[in-house]
Design a protein around this ligand. Structure first.
Ligand code: HEM
Length: 165
């Protein structure tokens, strides 16, 4: 991680994976060294988002949400497999909500990964892109997806004093 940019303490990006019906909203705070991650996806089955990857073969750190119960888990994906379960490093900022067919969770964790398998976020970059992937499955448990998508999150400086863009 580099030096925080003066006056640019928060980097924020929002990306919607249109075919998966999942929205990822990330805010990286260089002062508190925390990442706020808001995820929204279908309120049945499961959905998930992986960080720093353009494919499953990259074996990314993923957050998987159960759309029915709003519970979540962290994993390291395998190449075309469910991968391994990771220790929990996320805190729930607010209770999950079901709204208009979506299940939204708002989570927080330190920028630095709890282990090497947990992705480490970099808040020092005022303008940056982050490779992300997402998937959705209709099954009640995590299994092969019904939709998947590759994307990029553009992180831009958000002036905290002026409010979020
Ligand atoms: C049991 C869990 C999973 C299995 C068995 C699985 C299997 C596969 C397979 C066989 C493919 C090759 C293309 C296709 O058949 O559609 C694929 C592609 C893909 N999967 Fe998964 N997947 C799983 C979980 C996930 C999760 C949790 C995510 C994201 C959070 C994800 C994201 C993707 C993406 C973005 C692709 C397209 C790029 C690529 O080929 O890597 N998958 N998956």
């Amino acid at each position: 991680m580099g030096t925080p940019v003066p006056g640019a303490l928060v980097s924020r990006g929002v990306h919607t994976f249109e075919t998966v019906n999942v929205t990822l909203d990330v805010e990286l705070d260089a002062t508190t060294q925390m990442a706020r991650i808001r995820l929204s996806g279908p309120n049945s089955g499961w959905y998930g988002v992986g960080f720093g990857a353009q494919s499953m073969a990259d074996e990314p750190y993923v957050i998987i949400v159960d759309g029915t119960s709003g519970t979540y888990q962290e994993r390291k994906l395998g190449k075309y497999s469910v991968g391994t379960s990771l220790s929990s490093s996320l805190d729930e900022l607010v209770d999950y909500i079901h709204l208009d067919g979506y299940c939204q969770v708002e989570l927080q964790r330190p920028l630095e990964g709890a282990t090497l398998e947990h992705y480490t976020f970099d808040a020092s970059v005022a303008h940056a892109t982050l490779d992300v992937i997402a998937a959705f499955g209709e099954s009640s448990g995590l299994a092969y997806h019904d939709a998947k998508e590759v994307g990029q999150l553009t992180l831009v400086r958000a002036d905290v004093d002026a409010g979020s863009p």
